[in-house]
Ligand binder design. Structure first.
Ligand code: COA
Length: 566
């Protein structure tokens, strides 16, 4: 295959851009990334890198003419051929489309009007915009991109002009008024559709208790009902609102943009004073245990993969409870979108508004809770634990997953096994034990220093992932359970457990786990309480979504000193 110099031009290094970055790097192409923040920066990047081809996975602006008229620039549009304009997926969900698509367009002077290099459709799934984007849209975008690279190298290929299409549909952004919930007439499914369509950003605007709030993370509730539009129950984190068809919806997250914490937080925490009189229901959505023969399965799914102290403690309790059962294997299934993204940075940012503690204290508590959970998994000598990772994983979440005896990943999963992007955090979760143990010391340093996303193939080569299989979530879950049963049934199970215990006690003799934890936490203490505010600034910028003005040099290789001689 001919290796190309490819520039990824993107508003941010989001999950789709990372997936394409990882796949193209795996194919041996020379890659660099530039955040498309203004014309001059983008033009400058193209001049420095002189790419053969530009791919734009995620844009919020039109590409300057100076760029697309010199270099073929392919834009990934999350809609079928002929669909044009922003909020494409939002429209598809709100209009209840049964199919949607992805189209690869060559940039020209008409926004989304360029020639088509490839297009593919998929059946819509009744789920949130973020989930469709991180799954169907991402998979199809990648396969169209890989095909387009072959087409780029094929002198006989010509893209299809949009004039040949039967119809063109040009839409603007989806206005809030079309997202408005009419509690008096919208049934449960209609309410959920509006929530799904606005998931991630911007959320559905409502007025509750005379507060203008944005709602996110909707899910169905069949057995609670009440007056439509009324909050009728609460769980630890979520609130339950009745719908007109004698059903209800749970709302997981709320953003109150006029408050001192104008970012997403668990709904029941935002409204805690107003709803304290309501019945407390255990909606058991986030952590669920099931036993299949001698395999114990813990399903957990935390919004955006963020694990607050409270969630870490609950998961630890569930894990310890499972390990006290008559089972041989424990499977840990995280969520579809994310397995874990480590500490809950929003809850930490909100700590001094929501509770008495400072962000430094809340960070300290959260990292200790992550460590306690990780330790419980490492120290389990009764069962084989398997992290079955089918959503992406980052920072402490990766090392939490690696604390299990085996790490299985769904094809296409992306890991970000590093902390330094968050204001130079040192990191904990026993990474300084786990990473050298599985990847070797030299690679461990590189992984932490490179700060790059890692796909399953590289993850396996590095020892971070043991096995990968299946592309669909359902298939991955079923196959993981099947494989877990094979481990139980294997005649060498007891031997395997003995080997595991022997390895652990040899490792403990060499250097106790407590010593790794002490060193990591000493460094984290400096990050949280020391004179360098980098972590607090980085967390603030992350939570408040302050756009990065410069592309990090870890991915913008054209901006590194001496790049040409690299
Ligand atoms: N705490 C709180 N929210 C988090 C989070 C965390 N640890 N990690 C991700 N999120 C949220 C983002 O704010 C975003 O929120 P939104 O729904 O309002 O848009 C959402 O999850 C998706 O994140 P985004 O960055 O847009 O998605 P991505 O898939 O492109 O990137 C990561 C994923 C994990 C690489 C990136 O979110 C990240 O770096 N997270 C922080 C990891 C970290 O440093 N954890 C703490 C140290 S242990």
């Amino acid at each position: 295959m001919k290796h190309l110099r490819i520039l990824l031009l993107s508003h941010s290094f989001n999950s789709l851009t990372q997936r394409i970055f990882v796949a193209l790097r795996e194919q041996g192409h020379e890659l660099s990334v530039e955040f498309d923040v203004n014309d001059n920066t983008t033009i400058g990047a193209v001049e420095l890198f002189t790419p053969d081809l530009i791919i734009a996975p995620f844009l919020k602006r039109a590409i300057p003419e100076q760029v697309w008229c010199k270099t073929i620039t392919l834009i990934i549009h999350p809609g079928p051929a002929g669909d044009r304009g922003p909020s494409s997926l939002d429209w598809a969900i709100i209009n209840n489309e049964d199919h949607w698509g992805v189209t690869l367009l060559q940039a020209n002077e008409v926004m989304d009007g360029g020639d088509i290099w490839g297009t593919a459709n998929f059946p819509m799934r009744n789920n949130s915009k973020s989930s469709l984007y991180r799954n169907e849209i991402t998979e199809l975008s990648l396969s169209l991109t890989l095909t387009a690279i072959d087409q780029f190298n094929d002198p006989t290929f010509t893209p299809t002009p949009q004039q040949t299409l039967d119809s063109i549909s040009i839409k603007g952004g989806l206005p809030q008024k079309l997202r408005t919930i009419n509690w008096g007439s919208d049934n449960q499914q209609q309410v959920l559709r509006k929530l799904n369509s606005a998931d991630g950003i911007p959320g559905v605007k409502v007025n509750l208790y005379n507060r203008e709030l944005f709602l996110y993370a909707g899910s169905a509730e069949e057995s609670i009902n009440g007056e439509a539009g009324e909050i009728v129950a609460r769980s630890n984190d979520a609130i339950c609102i009745a719908t007109v068809d004698q059903k209800a919806v749970w709302i997981g997250q709320i953003r109150d943009k006029n408050s001192k914490t104008p970012f997403k937080l668990p709904a029941a925490k935002v409204l805690k004073d107003e709803i304290s009189h309501l019945p407390l229901v255990d909606n058991e959505d986030e952590i669920r245990y099931e036993k299949r023969g001698e395999v114990g399965i813990i399903h957990f799914s935390f919004y955006n993969g963020a694990m607050s102290s409270d969630k870490c403690q609950k998961l630890q309790q569930a894990y310890l409870k499972a390990s006290a059962q008559q089972i041989k294997v424990i499977l840990l299934f995280g969520g579809d979108n994310y397995w874990s993204n480590g500490m809950d940075l929003n809850m930490i940012e909100a700590s001094n508004m929501q509770s008495e503690s400072t962000p430094a204290e809340a960070s300290w508590e959260n990292i200790n809770a992550m460590d306690d959970l990780t330790l419980a998994i490492i120290e389990n000598s009764q069962q084989i634990t398997i992290s079955a990772v089918h959503g992406n994983c980052a920072a402490g979440g990766v090392f939490l997953a690696r604390s299990a005896d085996l790490l299985w990943a769904r094809e296409g999963v992306i890991l970000n096994p590093h902390y330094k992007d968050m204001g130079n955090l040192y990191g904990s979760e026993y990474w300084s034990y786990l990473l050298p143990r599985y990847a070797g010391s030299e690679r461990a340093q590189k992984i932490m220093g490179n700060r790059l996303p890692i796909g399953v193939e590289e993850g396996k080569r590095l020892g971070l992932i043991d096995e990968s299989f299946a592309t669909s979530h359902q298939q991955f879950i079923e196959e993981s359970i099947e494989r877990a049963h094979k481990i139980v049934d294997n005649t060498d199970f007891e031997e395997r457990l003995k080997r595991k215990k022997a390895r652990r006690s040899a490792d403990e003799k060499r250097c106790p786990l407590s010593s790794y934890r002490t060193t990591e936490l000493e460094n984290m203490h400096k990050n949280f309480y020391g004179s360098d505010p980098s972590y607090h600034i980085a967390r603030y910028n992350f939570v408040y979504k302050v756009a990065k003005s410069r592309t990090p040099l870890t991915i913008a290789r054209h901006r590194r000193k001496g790049y040409r001689s690299e």
